[in-house]
Design a protein around this ligand. Sequence first.
Ligand SMILES: NC(=O)c1ccc[n+]([C@@H]2O[C@H](COP(=O)([O-])OP(=O)(O)OC[C@H]3O[C@@H](n4cnc5c(N)ncnc54)[C@H](OP(=O)(O)O)[C@@H]3O)[C@@H](O)[C@H]2O)c1
Length: 216
Amino acid sequence: MKQTLSINMAMSIDGKVARPDGRWYGLTSEADKRQMDNYRSKSDAIIVGKNSILNDNPRVKLKFVENAINPRPIILIRRGTLTPDKKIFEESDHIPLVICCKANKKEIEENLKNRVEIHALDSDDIDPKKVLGILSRLGYERILLEGGPKLNYAFLKQGLVNRIHITLVPFLIGMKTLPAIADGDSDLPDFDKKKWKLTSSIQEENEVFLTYENIE
Ligand SMILES: NC(=O)c1ccc[n+]([C@@H]2O[C@H](COP(=O)([O-])OP(=O)(O)OC[C@H]3O[C@@H](n4cnc5c(N)ncnc54)[C@H](OP(=O)(O)O)[C@@H]3O)[C@@H](O)[C@H]2O)c1
């Protein structure tokens, strides 16, 4: 089976994925949480960035899909570490895998001893291609990337994303400096030549669940 990478994000009507305080909470319905669990139940692993864990402390264990196997959390930490009080360390069925750089390996070992398995890259940055290579060698084929937007951008820039799930939530936030689904310093290569294909569009009450596929 070919490895596939799917992004899953919720977005306001005006395209923002964070509140003015830099966090994301309280703007999605229970239907979105069900849909999110549905995507997670079809995944072997979920990638989450350090910032999103620091800001949002997300729950990763499935709540709405019965008898599903929880995907394994994969945490990317380029600099520094996390503390062990986060839900991702307490609630997961699996020992999370932390992928980090050689410079912060020791700090992570000290802070998250016995809580995580650590894979330190021999570099100062985390190359998304290397992350997918590690996951492929571990047998993880269906990967869900749950952001945030900087991490999405890093994977999109290298052309590694096969599918994007977007939940459109019925709010306008307005502040111009807030990120969108992909938050980077430059445009994505050939963004105007690559057309994503809309493969599913479901309305539930006041929200729309969209799925776009990379057809190339
Ligand atoms: N609306 C939604 O569905 C949704 C979903 C997720 C997040 N969010 C929101 O988006 C906010 C902002 O997110 P953000 O963009 O600051 O967070 P982000 O994408 O989580 O930031 C990137 C994080 O990933 C790490 N990272 C590792 N390798 C990387 C690479 N190659 N390139 C980029 N980052 C790499 C960075 O580590 P270092 O810090 O160690 O460099 C950083 O902590 C979050 O706080 C959250 O509230 C919204």
